[in-house]
Design a protein. Structure first.
Length: 140
């Protein structure tokens, strides 16, 4: 299987992996990925029709032995250093959107942080920003 992907596919691989890490990827998460692809400037040249096929390729790789390590390597190779913080931000966005960050998602964020060699202050700022965006008006 060809392991070279472009920037946009790498970012989608991040979102798919974050969604799948707790073994519970569903249509709602795919819809969230679609919204981010439509909204974020980093996806300006990406054909939205390719989301599903890209997600399927990522899922197939994840299902292979050592799939997570393989996908993390592919992601790292596809995303330029200047966009590592953007990629991490997208991962945090997927993890925090359901208001329930699971231990598996925290571990995945740690793996991405290490692969991208991001400093703790940058990561903390990105994580805090996501927490602020997803606060509810009322406690539930």
């Amino acid at each position: 299987m060809n392991s070279e992907i472009n920037l946009h596919e790498g970012l989608i691989y991040i979102m798919v992996t974050m969604s799948a890490v707790d073994n519970a990827m569903d249509d709602t998460e795919l819809e969230r990925i679609g919204r981010l692809v439509r909204f974020l400037p980093v996806f300006e040249q990406f054909n939205e029709d390719d989301i599903l096929s890209t997600a399927r390729r990522c899922s197939a790789l994840l299902a292979e032995p050592d799939g997570l390590a393989l996908v993390l390597d592919i992601i790292k190779d596809s995303i330029p250093e200047r966009l590592h913080d953007t990629a991490y931000s997208i991962a945090v966005e997927i993890a925090s959107a359901d208001h329930d960050i699971k231990p598996e998602e925290i571990r995945m964020l740690q793996l991405l942080r290490d692969r991208f060699d991001l400093d703790k202050l940058t990561c903390a700022a990105i994580e805090r920003s996501a927490m602020a965006r997803y606060k509810r008006a009322r406690n539930r």
